[in-house]
Design a protein around this ligand. Structure first.
Ligand code: BJ2
Ligand code: ZN
Length: 874
């Protein structure tokens, strides 16, 4: 072809591609017109640069050598330089880009500006360092070899296919443990040293884009303020189902691995058929509900029928085109790498590639003939289908509506492909196999749940872990606990524990591809949820599912050959990221939110079956928390309690103050109601503590134990509500009586309004008239003490009852507990014995002196009459 022709065709392609026709709106401001011209140029140049970079990456990933690595790094720097240049242009030329009238323009510039800033955040030297660091981590992951279990000198085993195969088929616990340890030690360990600097660089880039850290930077792609909360909520909805699965699988694994499944309820991470225990379909044969019924593991059939990797891709392509979707172009078939080459190192982890030139799309996969890989083939083909659908969007919108959308395309189709109905149709399941009965459905749904439901907590925790690292949560403790934090989340979310002891020498997260490869992972969680929303919508479209018809359940739907379903899907995919994802989802499903109802509906029969089955097997879903986790939960619980009870305590004191400074019925009522409130709250706290933290006495942190001890001694609040009310009333009655008792005067018997304070105290202090003193003393004691004797008796009874509820023998013992000493009573006695002689000397001296004043009041017994000592109370 002549160069002129090429140029014309390219121009024509570009003209078709843009959704930004220039200068058509006469009202458009000059800057917008300029912006459109700029974008056309940007699109052309960025496609070119991107193509060059993708090619260099491809050449490296399909042939790992120093030479290819060098070129790859060079190209990525070139690309960064270009982005920097664009970014500089934008910031000088289009400062006021937010004022553009056309929202598509604003959206485009917003996206370009972010990409540009990442590149310009770091000076070239540091950018080089960052790229090299990432390359080193990825290389360790892709080229590490491990030693065999049966022969320690045979050290050439790769993850793909060797270790993956052993994890899948071996049922020898020792061998699995060995393989698991080899991989995690030999990959995670060496990567650890690079991870901290990687985090530093990533955060620096994020910050220069005005994001708080790299985690927030990743989340920007979801274009939602509430994405974290939404994800958490989805997980909370699905967690009970996961826990039912976990309990069932655990019980079944006990049959095979016995003692490996211990009382704590956790499953050791090496027994689930997959290196990362991320999906569990490979242990299907160990957990199959109805072994005599059909299963969808068609690996053997595929092998028998002489399937090759190429055939698997052709099968997938045929499914896509049956829906009227775009066939893989010739370049795809020519250039893709579908099998592991024998003569060189490659990055075996499967991936799909868009070379940015609208015609070159490839897959690289070390495909093995298994059902699992057949699903992965569809997964990767889904990516390429998306690339093909949006290829005519401007470069900047050639992305998924959000990252989860990209992951969901192939999986959505695979939901149809894997149905027993479809497998029959393509001859992978014998046509005479009955598939419509309940047991076969449960078998099928369980195998699907082993893939999809088991994955959910894993899909969530990988980024939860990295968010915690990026935002400094993990680094805030020294020495750094990267690995401990990983296992904390693995335990909390997946209910797993490591098969061998781990330490901070290890970096087990680093043994999962996406961590060293710097790929965000939340996308896969999102995908697992939304693919069922897509499936439901496409199945309705295809007439293969009817919510009202039990003969057409969602899990049996196969959209094969439905052009209607295909065009509904294509309409959404073709939009790329040109619109916010809720709009795209609306096109594809009629919904504009992520929602777990479709995945729940799909699995409903299995969820019901599992609940029943676990009940029959006496399996309680869930697992023990670790002491550390419990302690940190306890700490945050105490913080909450502290806040709440300070508030309540304040309110009570205000009411008590009001009453003490103005004794009236109203104030009394308010005070009593607050004290009842606080008693209820204390009881509630106590109940929470005993159910949630029954082992608080064993906590390592002594401060925590002390706090729990304090809040679990309830005192009178331990009484049942009505008893407590009575107790509080008795106490109020007594103190009120004490504070309001009046007595009659000695000198003027008719005046009966003398209060303890100040009248009686004054007389007791100042009077030397024995009769007056005797009168006042008697009056006070008779009138204040006498009438409350009965009340006090009741009070003693009820307060002893409270003490007993707190496990003390009586109120005295409860009071003494406050001194936190076993020997307190004896110690006080001893103090008293030491001081007693001094007291007695004082007593004798005072007695002698008083005898001079009140002579006739003293008899030979040596006692001093109590009313002569200047005070009233004693
Ligand atoms: C096997 C699959 C990824 C994928 C690869 C590697 C990382 C990104 C791509 C992107 C696609 C795109 C994978 C499958 C489900 C769970 C997860 C896992 N490989 N990637 N270029 N999976 O998503 O296909 O191909 O355009 O975004 O990692 O943990 O195995
Ligand atoms: Zn993917």
């Amino acid at each position: 072809m002549e160069w002129r022709e090429v140029a014309i065709i390219s121009l024509w392609l570009i003209a078709c591609a843009y959704s930004f026709p220039s200068g058509s709106d006469p009202l458009e401001n000059g800057l917008e017109t300029e912006a459109r011209v700029f974008l056309e140029e940007y699109d052309r140049r960025s496609s070119e640069k991107c193509f060059k970079q993708a090619s260099a990456n491809w050449n490296y990933a399909t042939d790992i050598r120093e030479e290819t690595e060098k070129i790859k790094l060079q190209e990525s720097l070139e690309y960064a330089k270009f982005q920097k240049e664009i970014w500089n242009n934008i910031t000088t030329q289009f400062k006021i880009r937010d004022n553009f009238k056309d929202p598509a323009l604003v959206r485009t510039f917003k996206k370009i500006a972010i990409i540009g800033t990442s590149a310009s955040a770091l000076p070239e030297e540091r950018l080089k360092e960052f790229q090299q660091l990432k390359s080193t981590m990825a290389k360790i992951y892709s080229t590490t070899k491990t030693c065999a279990y049966e022969d320690a000198t045979k050290c050439d085993l790769s993850l793909d296919p060797d270790l993956t195969e052993i994890m899948k088929v071996s049922r020898d616990e020792q061998q699995l443990r060995h393989v698991w340890k080899e991989w995690h030690d030999k990959v995670g360990g060496p990567i650890r040293q690079y991870y901290k600097p990687y985090v530093g660089f990533s955060n620096e880039i994020a910050k220069s884009n005005n994001f708080s850290d790299a985690g927030a930077f990743w989340l920007r792609e979801y274009e939602s303020e509430t994405i974290k909360e939404d994800i958490e909520q989805l997980w909370q909805t699905l967690k009970p189902f996961y826990q039912q699965m976990h309990a069932y699988v655990r019980a079944k694994l006990r049959d095979t691995y016995g003692g490996q499944i211990t009382e704590d309820g956790l499953i050791p991470a090496h027994l689930l058929g997959n290196m990362w225990a991320q999906s569990w379909e490979n242990i299907y044969s160990l957990v199959v509900p109805f072994p005599e019924k059909a299963s969808i593991d068609v690996t053997d059939q595929m092998k028998q029928q002489g399937y090759t990797p190429l055939k698997m891709f052709q099968i997938s392509d045929e499914f896509f085109t049956s829906l009227g979707l775009i066939p893989m172009p010739p370049e795809f078939w020519k250039e893709s790498l579908l099998e592991k080459p024998k003569d060189r190192e490659v990055v075996c982890h499967a991936s799909a590639w868009d070379f940015c030139n609208r015609k070159d799309f490839r897959i690289k996969q070390c495909t093995v003939v298994t059902t699992e890989d057949l699903i992965t083939v569809h997964h990767e083909m889904g990516h390429v289908q998306y690339y093909l659908q949006y290829k005519d969007q401007p470069m900047i919108f050639r992305r998924g509506a959000n990252p989860g959308f990209h992951e969901a395309v192939g999986d959505t189709l695979a939901l149809s492909v894997i149905t027993p109905k479809h497998l029959k149709e393509i001859g992978l399941l014998d046509s005479s196999t009955p598939i419509d009965d309940y047991e076969t459905s449960i078998n099928f749904l369980l195998s699907m749940a082993l893939e999809k439901i088991a994955f959910l907590p894993f899909g969530y925790l990988i980024d939860k872990y990295r968010w915690d690292i990026f935002d400094g949560t993990v680094d805030s403790v020294e020495p750094s606990n990267y690995n401990a934090h990983w296992w904390k989340l693995r335990r909390e979310y997946q209910g797993l524990k490591p098969p061998v002891e781990r330490s901070e020498e290890n970096f087990d997260a680093g043994a999962k591809y996406h961590v060293p490869a710097d790929v965000e992972y939340l996308r896969y969680f999102v995908s697992k949820v939304i693919q069922f929303q897509f499936h439901r919508s496409l199945c309705l479209e295809a007439g293969q599912y009817d919510p009202e018809d039990p003969r057409k359940p969602l899990h049996n739907c196969d959209i094969y050959r439905s052009k209607a379903a295909g065009s509904k899907l294509a309409a959404g995919l073709a939009m790329g990221s040109s619109r916010p994802w809720p709009e795209v989802m609306k096109v594809m499903t009629g919904q504009d939110k992520m929602d777990a109802s479709a995945i729940r509906e799909y699995f409903k029969p299995l969820e019901d079956w599992l609940i029943l089955q676990n009940a029959k097997l006496a399996q309680t879903p869930g697992w023990q928390k670790s002491k550390n986790d419990l302690e940190s939960d306890a700490r945050s619980y105490l913080e909450q309690v502290d806040q709440l009870s300070s508030q309540k305590c304040y309110e009570l004191f205000v009411a008590e103050w009001a009453y003490a400074t103005d004794i009236n019925d109203e104030n009394e009522k308010t005070k009593l109601s607050f004290s009842l409130d606080i008693a209820k709250l204390s009881k509630e706290i106590w109940q929470n503590v005993t159910t949630t933290f029954p082992l608080w006495r064993e906590f390592k942190d002594p401060d925590l134990v002390r706090k729990f001890k304090t809040i679990t001694i309830l005192g009178s609040a331990a009484l049942p509500d009505d008893q407590y009310k009575k107790y509080a009333q008795l106490e109020t009655d007594m103190t009120k009586h004490y504070s309001t008792t009046k007595v009659c005067s000695f000198k003027n018997k008719k005046t009966c309004n003398l209060s303890l304070e100040p009248d009686l105290i004054k007389i007791m202090r100042e009077s030397r008239d024995e009769e007056e003193l005797r009168h006042v003393w008697t009056e006070w004691h008779d009138k204040s003490g006498g009438p409350i004797k009965q009340t006090y008796k009741q009070f003693v009874e009820i307060s002893n009852q409270a003490a007993k509820l707190n496990n003390f023998k009586d109120t005295g013992a409860l009071w003494l507990d406050g001194y936190e000493s076993e020997t307190f009573k004896d110690d006080v006695e001893e103090l008293w014995q030491t001081l007693k002689p001094l007291y007695q000397q004082m007593h004798a001296y005072v007695r002698a002196k008083l005898r001079n004043v009140y002579g006739d009041q003293f008899s030979d017994d040596g006692l001093i009459p109590a009313h002569l000592l200047g005070i009233c109370q004693y």
